[in-house]
Unconditional design. Structure first.
Length: 246
């Protein structure tokens, strides 16, 4: 009788132990699934772009003169400067609107019979530059093209291509990052749905470089493209986001 009782107690104890192992296994398995799920995430890139019109233009030109005498060369340069200022005034700009550089001078030496430079001074070349910055970008563009008219007056002028800028880029960057982040979440939700999951919180996020390119251009750079040659531009933003998957 005593042996039967001990056997029953042992069986009962064994059952409790076995049941305990089962419960413990289920708890561990559930914890493992929870940890595994919490470590699942998806990496997506969000993209946004917007067309912008430049609102500031910069244009510069250089002109130079040559004369055998330094004083004569200076007087001629002064005359040409006055004619160029008149050219700007024709487009509504006054002399105070212009940035006029200091005069650069260079001795020009005669060449000998072999075509080599000698020690004998042949004359003096003086040069100067004039630049302007204005919000009327179309006027600056038109003026830069018309500057070749000065050649008819005997002015040796070199016109540089105008540069066009958008002055509210920093304000626009915040908007672009927001739009790119929204795009990233939409992409993450699509991927999670296909995998039978849901998008959770953000694990990590990083901002890519901004690309400011001419309209319809595909140019990109690892350091960020900043186009200054086009009036019409496109600003492009990219963000990389890691989302936890539930």
């Amino acid at each position: 009788m005593e042996k039967s009782k001990n056997w029953a107690n042992n069986m009962l104890f064994g059952a409790f132990v076995a049941f305990g192992f089962v419960i413990a296994s289920l708890i561990i398995a559930d914890a493992f699934r929870t940890v595994k799920t919490s470590n699942q995430y998806v990496t997506v890139k969000g993209y946004a772009e917007k067309e912008i019109m430049s609102d500031l233009a910069f244009w510069s030109c250089e002109f130079s003169v040559f004369d055998k005498d330094m004083v004569s060369s200076y007087n001629l340069l002064h005359e040409h400067q006055a004619k160029i200022v008149e050219f700007f005034e024709k487009y509504g700009f006054s002399k105070k609107d212009l940035a006029i550089s200091s005069i650069s001078s260079q001795r020009v030496y005669k060449l000998n019979e072999k075509g080599w430079q000698s020690n004998q001074i042949d004359g003096y070349r003086l040069s100067q530059s004039i630049s302007i910055e204005d919000k009327d970008i179309k006027k600056i563009h038109t003026m830069s093209l018309a500057s070749s008219e000065l050649l008819k007056d005997g002015i040796e002028i070199e016109s540089h291509s105008p540069e066009y800028y958008y002055t509210k880029i920093n304000d626009l960057k915040i908007e672009m990052l927001s739009e790119a982040s929204k795009d990233a979440k939409i992409r993450a939700e699509a991927l999670a749905k296909n995998g039978g999951g849901e998008v959770g919180s953000i694990k990590a996020a990083s901002q890519g470089v901004f690309q400011i390119t001419p309209k319809n251009s595909t140019d990109v750079s690892d350091w960020g493209w900043n186009d200054v040659n086009s009036m019409e531009k496109v600003i492009k933003a990219v963000v990389t986001v890691d989302y936890f998957i539930k």
